[in-house]
Design a protein around this ligand. Structure first.
Ligand SMILES: [Zn+2]
Length: 66
């Protein structure tokens, strides 16, 4: 199957997104690529940042502004 990203070995943005969200797991080779590719690494960390920025709905911790 021919892919759009033929020119590079880069991982699909969609896969990086899902992996960052914990929906899927990256393959060993994909992990390796993220390690070595600044582009994928940057995208991956952006996605992780996005997901971790979402505040938990029911957080028991309250900021007591006294
Ligand atoms: Zn890459």
């Amino acid at each position: 199957m021919e892919q759009i990203w033929k020119a590079t070995d880069c991982i699909h943005i969609r896969r990086l997104f899902d992996a960052a969200a914990g929906f899927t797991k990256l393959e060993e080779s994909e992990h390796q690529h993220v390690h070595e590719c600044q582009l994928c690494q940057g995208v991956f960390y952006i996605f992780i940042g996005l997901h971790s920025n979402i505040p938990p709905a029911a957080s028991p911790k309250k900021t007591s502004a006294a």
